[in-house]
Design a binder for this molecule. Sequence first.
Ligand SMILES: Cc1cc2nc3c(=O)[nH]c(=O)nc-3n(C[C@H](O)[C@H](O)[C@H](O)COP(=O)(O)OP(=O)(O)OC[C@H]3O[C@@H](n4cnc5c(N)ncnc54)[C@H](O)[C@@H]3O)c2cc1C
Length: 354
Amino acid sequence: MYDTIIIGAGVAGTCLARQITDEMDVLVLEKDSQPGVKDSGIVSNTFLDYFPKHLVKDSIKEMNLVSPSGKRIRIFSNEPFALIIKRKEFSTYLKKGLNVRYQTVTDITYENDYVSVSTDSNTYTAKILVGADGASSIVRNKAGLKPPLIYFGMMSQAESCKGIIEVFLNKYYSPDFFAWKIPQNGEHGLITSVRPKSYMEYFEKKEDLQRNKFYSYPIASGIQHMVSERTVLIGDAASQTKPLTGGGIIFSMKASEIAAEVINDAINLRRYNEMFLKSYQDQWLSQWGAEIRRQLFLRKAYRKMTNHYLELLFKDFGPEIEIHDYDRLSKNLKSVPKLKVIKHMLRMALGMVQ
Ligand SMILES: Cc1cc2nc3c(=O)[nH]c(=O)nc-3n(C[C@H](O)[C@H](O)[C@H](O)COP(=O)(O)OP(=O)(O)OC[C@H]3O[C@@H](n4cnc5c(N)ncnc54)[C@H](O)[C@@H]3O)c2cc1C
């Protein structure tokens, strides 16, 4: 019997596995032996507190927000506020030295003294099961935990080129998120809760973008329950993404630190019940809950906004905003006149965003 089985060798599963492998018997199960690039790889500088510089492709000191009519707000900082990482190299780096078996998990059953995990070719047992299996998590489902809100992320990649990242806030490109161009990755894409294909086609047509390889992935968002008996969810399976950007790499890294400590204690003390494991969820929410709630409020307000209201925001908040913290995005309005922030926050709270 393994101490811990982790399902999913994405960022969340591998970050966690790296921290507990020396302490206990860990098995990582992953269905995809050759995963493609499934995100843009934009992360805050915090990345360098955990990983070496050679995994970074580029640093970001500025990007443009683009309004429906083409007005621009320059988001900037004197020092780089974000990084573009070498996504494939990062995945390989994370998996190095781990016990990863490439099998698809097909079933999970909970017995009195262990969890049983069946794959397409074997059955394994463990004291603790970790669901790091992404937005459509089978672990979350089998553990009886409520599914989160699911969005669709779409991207197309071609040759990379020079230029500045542009983020399009336009209700015709995405009603509840945004679309983007990242020249350094030769990439464009968008996130939306509905009709991803038709929004993508319209965005590409209007911005004259050539589609090359094409990817579509679910993104989970919100605050959800992330533990149950003998079970811990992490990463997209636990909706650990920033509600304003959909970014989940840094959140996965941060959550894996907390989860590693709690799982270590659980194994050492033989405490596998939900009450004990809940300390992971409590610590996560005490570190990030307030920021996630603020971002959820802003996204909810954004969802109700019309393109006309977006133009008003661009007029009031432009031409540039200095950014201080790419993870705690809701705190970045310090350089904008306070009265304007209060005016728009009030209008958002009252739903007057038409
Ligand atoms: C279009 C797009 C752009 C994004 N851009 C960014 C960005 O710029 N910056 C950022 O921080 N975040 C970004 N994200 C989010 C980011 O990719 C994720 O939040 C992050 O990678 C955490 O992923 P994860 O490990 O939780 O899940 P995943 O990466 O989805 O990993 C889950 C793993 O579990 C495996 N799995 C699933 N089911 C099974 C099963 N039954 N058996 C075995 N294995 C299974 C899957 O194959 C997969 O490898 C983006 C997401 C999308 C969709």
